[in-house]
Design a protein around this ligand. Structure first.
Ligand code: 8OZ
Length: 358
């Protein structure tokens, strides 16, 4: 019997050959100066094209949106040309790939920002987390609050990146609105202390999210735009005093857009499945992509029960390029090498073996 997890699914305008998604995974192997991906990325993503959908690693929309060394961008012609090799190669294997549009906000460091400037956020604050700099792990620098007058420029940076994504041949975009980065710094009340139209009420805190979505929809059809949320995650030291109160109206409003999918981090990335995400899941009427801590059995069961349409796997996809084939066959998985997650070259990136060598 073919489990539903392995059957085709249409997420908005995206026709997927199965419901197993490669989750976005930061690997820090892009050119630090230019933000370009390399031929190694072509190999890495092509090896994983058995996924129904690949969500690229977080990819910054602008120099200001960068928070870690060696992460790729999608805002220059050279970055577009480099990504084009990846998308062409994935498509040649019958895969689909969307780019994750990322602005880190305050999770950055002056040594990574253009001209050594302070990172930007909803409010003046310093995130309690670590970023990776040229000198190793470091606390983020103090961020300044974006001026009201600057917000249209930030939205325009997302629109520009979305246009670049189209030129690079992606099948769509995923807006990274999770894990303590810029959009979440506006959404959650632990980081948003603004007193203007972008702070205070949930409607105001969600204004940037919806401004950005409206901007993306000037470039892409809604059926090619997904959104990633992590309502309950304390990632990067973020907090909200009442996640259900914040995210209930957000999800209700997202329902009206006809988006390709909602990608929900159910709990904390790489950590516990905390929070009442089931309540939020029931509010969502579109394609639902569940993420966090799934294994073969739980993924098969959740999709079979119609509680999720797609399951995004992160770490299993790092160590198993042919994850879908292995899950189908109930074959053993390779172990993950924790020392080669971030930075370096092909070791731990493109050298994990497939069951059947390509
Ligand atoms: C791990 C290391 C650096 C960044 C996220 C983009 O949590 C990330 C990330 C994860 O969404």
């Amino acid at each position: 019997m073919t489990e539903k997890l392995f059957t085709p699914f249409t997420a908005g305008d995206l026709d997927l050959k199965n419901r197993v998604v490669m989750a976005p995974l930061t690997r820090n192997r892009a050119d630090d100066e230019t933000g370009e991906v390399s031929d190694l990325h072509v190999t890495y993503y092509t090896q994983r094209a058995g996924a129904g959908l690949i969500v690229s690693e977080g990819t910054q929309i602008s120099p200001e949106g960068k928070g870690y060394i060696q992460t790729p961008g999608i805002h220059t012609p050279a970055q577009v040309a480099a990504w084009r090799k990846v998308t062409d190669a994935v498509h040649a294997q019958g895969g689909k790939i969307v780019v994750q549009l990322w602005h880190v906000g305050a999770v950055s460091h002056t040594s990574i920002q253009p001209d050594g400037q302070a990172p930007v956020s909803a409010s003046a604050l310093t995130m309690s987390t670590k970023t990776f700099t040229h000198d190793g792990f470091a606390a983020p620098s103090a961020a300044r609050a974006l001026e009201l007058s600057e917000i249209p420029r930030v939205v325009q940076d997302y629109v520009h990146a979305a246009q670049c994504a189209k030129e690079a041949g992606f099948d769509g975009v995923e807006l990274h609105a999770a894990n303590g980065y810029l959009i979440e710094q506006f959404l959650k009340d632990g980081t948003n202390k603004r007193t203007d139209a972008y702070g205070g009420s949930v409607e105001n805190r969600a204004r940037l999210l919806f401004d950005v979505i409206d901007g993306l929809l000037t470039v892409w059809d809604a059926g090619r735009v997904g959104v990633r949320l992590s309502p309950f995650s304390p990632a990067n030291g973020i907090s909200d005093s009442d996640p259900l109160a914040t995210y209930t109206p957000v999800i209700e409003r997202l329902n009206g857009y006809g988006l390709a999918f909602l990608h929900m981090v159910e709990g904390e990335t790489g950590g516990a499945r905390i929070g009442d995400f089931d309540t939020l899941r029931k509010l969502w009427q579109g394609p639902y992509m569940a993420n966090n801590g799934y294994d073969r059995d739980s993924a098969i069961a959740r999709v079979a029960a119609d509680e999720a349409d797609m399951i995004a796997f992160g770490r299993p996809f790092i160590a198993n390029p042919d994850l879908v084939a292995r899950l189908k066959a109930d074959a053993p998985l390779n172990d993950l090498d924790g020392d080669t997650l971030y930075g370096g070259g092909e070791k731990g990136f493109t050298d994990y073996p497939a069951l059947t060598p390509a």
